[in-house]
Design a protein. Structure first.
Lengths: 226, 391, 209, 402
């Protein structure tokens, strides 16, 4: 079953759902389906029950930073020419800023039809940590396999899954505040780092510990270990 | 058009009977932290267990002790530079990790693989399956308290396969062998004969192992009916690999995706019907026998030829923008790599679908109501490697 | 009947017990410091720098192009380019590494540096016996410690080294031919090259410990 | 006296004679005390040395079974390994958890070792070589053995660790449930000998029919009794496959997880001493104690204590062999096995022993043999079948998808 058929079938069966096909230019032709957060659980349930996508293999997040698209357009402007004001076509760069968002990708397979993958995507409204912007519905009630993987996405990307039975950090410790897989994540320089003498981390670490020399860094090798 | 019934959230809490006995007198419950330093957690894995006597009432796995944010490292690394890092995911089977990653990149960029390289990939991957399963059954018996004997037998055989890997790839465990569009080096002279000899000798070990333990009453008592995983839960939780097949789910990616040149080989997929620890153990033993069949065919048919796509070069690889999910049947289950390229030399997004982590989703379901001793055995039968779980 | 499986297992362990005294196949232990396994040709451990001839600093093939430094996945290579030039393996005047360090506590033996090196200057060693009591400076190998002769390379990886030598010889021959062709009309230039090569200051010994 | 010692048959009695010679030189008032000390000191030397030999034997034996060499670096063939281990244990830091009950934590290993040694008081290790010939010797042995449970619980409780508590719970449950079959399995030998004295029991098995010894092992109830005793003894001495209290892969080291250094070594020592003592009791009850296995002069000329230690060594090797082969049972299975299989069989065995005693022996010994064996074999088969069937243990067949 190709993606367009699935889309049209879903649009009939789940009234009101907004679906969008994202083309994938890679030779593997794995085009994906973006589903709106509101109808995601219904769509997922339909996919599982009627289209036999019973095997949700992979769940992961993607961080899309806000970006500025710049395009050159020709604008007609009145310019002071030698012969007085005249209308002229001028090249101008127009910048449109696309807001950043986070995305969850579910790779669905069917064990009965042996088809797949069907990448199903959901997008958040924004990238702000915490709050409404990063809220998405959890698909754990539909596919149990999402349980740990959604926890991981929550941990590393900071997407909150509504309806997840046990949404805690998976890999980082509970007291950790940031989300390290975000593309604008800056790793702290106060963690214990095995000093390799050729690393800028060493310089940062030295800076950090210069005020409070820890016992582990009492006698660091000077320079390049020469 | 039939109506959609919304799913009920999964029961992640213990069955009512257990909960009742626990809530009646909470003071008799014992909270125990199994791990992170524990001989049977196969690394730094931790389970927070609540016990009623020795019976498990609740079990919450705690991950992350070996977390190094592999995916973040990979996003700052070139495509080729990631290859040695994949060795360190499931450090017992580095060659299948290499293959999964190479396959995903090849799908992403549309790179063909020469025939001899495909054969070498199948040979190394099936040898990896042998050594992984041999090590696993050894560890499983070790967890059951056999003081090392099955494990040492398994390691004795594993050593022979590791010698093969060293002769081919230069390293015993961190092989870093596959490249996008083939393999790094060709098999040295005599290597194939050496491999044939190892493959021919391997059934002797399996026979010995079966004599030692398969009909052992203690083993059967400890494993039969313990940690039963139903087929439905296995599908819903995306359990893959031998664990899924032990529950009767006929899903072997070698057969489903037909990646590489697997359709050329005749082999069967063993299926269990009970889904308990004994089935998981036996499925692995049977899979080893099937792998031997594939190896015999591959070592017989391997053609001469180039091993690397002529267009592939070590430096300056920049796939066109796009994304791809590529997966193979690794010894532990479905190992997938999800890559998004933005046209730069580093992947924009690099995701590993770790079979070990996802197979652990059902750990609590399997363990509830069993003994502490069973928890260890069930965990052993899931077959995890923490390098892959925590990444 | 309970116990038949157990008896079978007991028979199996007993068999292994006795066979371990007779069969070499069963008792595979190698008594390490006294006995060693035969060296496998493909084996690799940490990288080393190849030099031709007898002098390590004069014959070093590395031209400090810094490709390996850039491609090294864990970033354990550190190179400082020289200010002056000296003739390389083929005879062309090239830069050489004033400093070439590998932190083997970080190196993960992936041999990507070997694959990307266009000058066959860096190769994988098989030496694994590198204990030290200083885990920072002791595991930082400088260019003197890293340099090993081409003969050593032939010793550990004979097939590979022969192939490399053939390729290099071909290149040298090509360079010599080109030089001869270039030398014919202008006889002054080779002398100048030789003079400039001779005046190249050799790196001081004191730099490396 | 010296003339008697030169006599070939009396090499056997050399230690006894030496003791008498020493006692003759002590003042009368001190003689009881001196007698005790002279008897105890060799015991304190011999059995710990045996422990040292056993550890190296075990490691080497297990190694060979697993196709390894085992320890081979300290001394010739690694024979001095126990010395190295001992030194290591002595110089290791003795860590006591801050939350532990210091006093109990300290005394647990001491009591364990002491109790293990006291049990040797009634075990005859050679002809006329027993420290005290109590007329309730077997009873004394079991009574002292139960002190071991106390010390195990002391260790588990006082450490204030959840793992050690679990280990202690397991140990108590296991030891108590296997104490019963252990005692019941020994009853037939006591019935037949008509005495609780270990010396009397050995003497009752001393004769030979032709060259065949009168050991209780060679009777139908003896075989079954010995088998049951062996299983119960394995469990009682926490040996694999019944090593649940230590359950290395589950609760790491069980009740002595919080002990280190020399105290840990003491636990280790006491466990092995307990194993030797139980094995020695088994030898006494079923294997004719120190008597030679065949009534030929080549064998009988060998001193009795050598036979005793040879048999003990046989037991040790058997335990090592079992340990190298079998995985561990689970707690409930262990209990089920004790109460559902061993206990009924032990009770039946007592009945059969009575039958054996009252059936006429002289004209139709073979019929007596067959009858008793049949009475025992039938329930044994039935019980084991039912045990297997109830659990539905099967070697399964698998189907394959193409």
């Amino acid at each position: 079953m190709d993606l367009a058929t699935i889309q049209s079938e879903l649009e009939v069966s789940v009234p009101g759902c907004r679906l969008q096909i994202v083309d994938n230019p890679s030779p593997c032709v794995q085009h994906s389906l973006v589903v709106d957060a509101e109808h995601a659980v219904l769509v997922a349930t339909y996919l599982q029950d009627f289209l036999h996508f019973d095997y949700c293999s992979n769940v992961t997040g993607v961080d899309w930073l806000p970006k500025e698209l710049s395009e050159k357009i020709k604008v007609k402007k009145t310019v002071d020419g030698p012969n007085g004001p005249e209308e002229k076509e001028v090249d101008e760069v127009r910048k449109t800023s696309v807001p950043g968002y986070l995305e969850v990708v579910y790779h669905l397979f069917s064990t009965t039809d042996r088809t797949g993958p069907l990448p199903l995507r959901m997008r958040t409204a924004g990238r702000e940590v915490g709050g409404e912007a990063t809220l998405l519905p959890s698909l754990t009630p539909v596919w149990r396999s999402c349980e740990f993987q959604e926890r991981e996405v929550y941990d590393l990307f900071g997407i909150h899954f509504e309806g997840h039975p046990d949404l805690r950090r998976l890999l980082m410790w509970d007291e950790f505040t940031d989300h390290p897989m975000r593309r604008d994540y800056v790793d702290p320089d106060d963690y214990e780092y095995e000093p390799t003498a050729h690393d800028e981390v060493l310089a940062r670490m030295r800076q950090h510990y210069s005020t409070q020399p820890g016992p582990a860094f009492g006698d660091l090798p000077q320079g390049g270990g020469q | 058009m039939s109506t959609i019934t919304l799913p009920t959230p999964p029961v992640l809490n213990p069955p009512a009977s257990l909960e009742a006995s626990a809530s009646e007198n909470p003071e008799r419950l014992l909270e125990l932290s199994l791990g992170p330093q524990h001989p049977s957690t196969h690394g730094v894995f931790r389970m927070n267990v609540v016990l009623d006597g020795e019976r498990v009432v609740r079990l919450k796995p705690v991950f992350g002790y070996l977390h190094r944010n592999h995916e973040k490292i990979a996003e700052n690394e070139t495509y080729l530079g990631n290859m040695p890092y994949t060795d360190r995911l499931d450090y017992i089977c580095s060659l299948t990790n290499n293959w999964a990653y190479a396959l995903a990149v090849e799908k992403l960029a549309g790179i063909p693989v020469p025939e001899r390289a495909e054969y070498l990939r199948v040979i190394t991957a099936e040898l990896t399956r042998l050594l992984n399963h041999a090590a696993l059954v050894g560890f499983l018996l070790q967890d059951m308290g056999a003081s090392g004997t099955p494990l040492m037998y398994a390691f004795r055989e594993r050593e022979k396969i590791l010698d093969l890997f060293e002769a081919l790839t230069g390293a015993r465990m961190m092989c870093n062998y596959m490249r996008f569009g083939g393999c790094r080096v060709d098999a040295p002279a005599g290597w194939l004969d050496q491999a044939r000899k190892v493959v021919a000798d391997f059934p002797k070990f399996l026979d010995e192992f079966e004599k030692l333990l398969v009909s052992n009453e203690i083993l059967m008592e400890r494993t039969q009916g313990v940690g039963v995983l139903s087929r439905e839960l296995a599908i819903s939780s995306a359990i893959s690999g031998p664990m899924a097949r032990a529950s009767g789910l006929n899903y072997d990616i070698r057969k489903v995706d037909c990646y590489g040149i697997y359709p050329r080989f005749s082999f069967r997929v063993p299926l269990g019907s009970h889904g308990d620890v004994y089935d998981r153990y036996m499925i692995r033993i049977l899979e080893m026998r099937e792998s031997l069949k594939i190896l015999e065919q591959a070592l017989r048919d391997i053609p001469e030829g180039p091993i690397l796509d002529p267009k592939s070069k070590p430096r300056g690889f920049r796939p066109k923008p796009g994304e791809c999910y590529g997966r193979i049947e690794a010894p532990k289950g479905e190992l997938g790599f999800y890559l998004i390229s933005d046209g730069s030399p580093n992947p924009y997004r690099y995701r590993v679908r770790p079979p070990s982590l996802i197979n652990l989703t059902v750990l609590e379901d399997l363990c509830l109501g069993h003994n502490v001793a069973d928890v260890v055995v069930i965990l052993g039968s899931v077959d995890i490697v923490l390098g892959e779980v925590d990444r | 009947m309970i116990g038949t499986g157990i008896l079978k297992g007991l028979a199996e362990t007993a068999r292994n017990f006795f066979l371990s005294y007779v069969s070499k196949d069963r008792l595979t232990t190698v008594q390490y410091p006294e006995q060693r396994l035969p060296q496998i040709e493909a084996a690799r451990n940490f990288p080393f720098l190849v030099y031709d001839g007898a002098e390590w600093d004069a014959g070093m093939r590395c031209v400090a192009c810094q490709i390996c430094e850039k491609e090294c996945p864990p970033k354990c290579i550190f190179i400082e380019k020289s200010k002056d030039k000296k003739p390389d393996a083929v005879g062309k005047p090239q830069f050489y590494p004033a400093r070439f360090d590998i932190d083997i506590s970080v190196c993960m033996s992936c041999q990507i540096c070997v694959e990307v090196c266009p000058f066959d200057a860096i190769k994988m060693d098989v030496e694994f016996d590198l204990p030290t009591d200083d885990r920072f400076a002791g595991l930082m190998l400088d260019r003197h410690k890293l340099s090993k002769s081409n003969e050593y390379y032939h010793e550990i990886h004979p097939t590979e080294a022969t192939a490399v030598d053939t390729a290099l010889d071909a290149e040298r021959a090509k360079a010599a031919a080109a030089k001869a062709a270039a030398a014919a009309p202008k006889p002054a230039s080779p002398a100048a090259t030789a003079a400039s090569a001779a005046s190249t200051p050799k790196p001081t010994e004191g730099e490396s410990k | 006296m010296i003339v008697a010692a030169v006599n070939a048959g009396s090499v056997d009695q050399v230690f006894v004679l030496a003791k008498h010679a020493l006692l003759a030189r002590t003042p009368d008032a001190l003689q009881p005390l001196a007698s005790a000390i002279i008897s105890i000191i060799p015991l304190l030397v011999v059995f710990p040395s045996l422990f040292a030999i056993t550890t190296v034997l075990e490691r080497k034996g297990l190694g060979r079974m697993q196709n390894r060499l085992g320890p081979n670096r300290v001394g010739p063939f690694g024979l001095l390994q126990p010395a190295a281990d001992g030194i290591k244990a002595l110089i290791k830091e003795d860590v006591v958890p801050a939350a532990a009950d210091q006093l109990v934590h300290f005394f647990a290993p001491v009591i364990f070792v002491a109790a293990a040694f006291v049990a040797y008081a009634v075990l005859p290790i050679g002809r006329n070589m027993v420290i005290v010939n109590l007329n309730a010797g077997v009873l004394f042995f079991f009574a002292v053995g139960s002190v071991v449970e106390l010390s195990v619980f002391m260790a588990g409780w006082s450490s204030r660790s959840k793992y050690s508590l679990l280990g202690a719970m397991r140990a108590i449950a296991q030891m108590i449930s296997y104490e019963v079959p252990l005692v019941l399995a020994s009853v037939p030998a006591i019935m037949q000998a008509g005495s609780l004295s270990t010396v009397d029991i050995v003497n009752a098995q001393a004769g030979y029919t032709g060259i065949w010894p009168h050991w209780y092992l060679f009777t139908p109830w003896g075989i079954v009794g010995f088998g049951l005793f062996l299983i119960a003894a394995t469990a009682e001495s926490n040996r694999s496959p019944f090593d649940l209290p230590e359950g290395e892969s589950e609760i790491i080291a069980g009740y002595f997880i919080e002990y280190s250094g020399f105290k840990f070594a003491l636990f280790f020592l006491a466990e092995y001493l307990g194993m030797f003592a139980t094995s020695a009791l088994g030898i006494t009850l079923f294997l004719g104690g120190w008597s030679a296995p065949l009534g030929i002069s080549l064998f009988t000329v060998v001193p009795s204590y050598i036979w005793f230690f040879a048999k003990l060594l046989g037991f040790i090797c058997f335990f090592i062999w079992i340990r190298g082969t079998l995985p561990r049972l689970r707690m409930d299975q262990l209990m089920g096995f004790a109460w559902k299989f061993i206990l009924p069989m032990a009770l039946l065995n007592i009945f059969v022993t009575g039958l054996w005693r009252f059936l006429p022996a002289s004209p139709l010994n073979s019929i007596r043999w067959i009858v008793c064996a049949a009475v025992l074999a039938a329930p044994c088969v039935v019980l084991s079948m039912s045990l297997k069937q109830k659990k539905k243990l099967l070697i399964r067949t698998y189907h394959f998808a193409e």
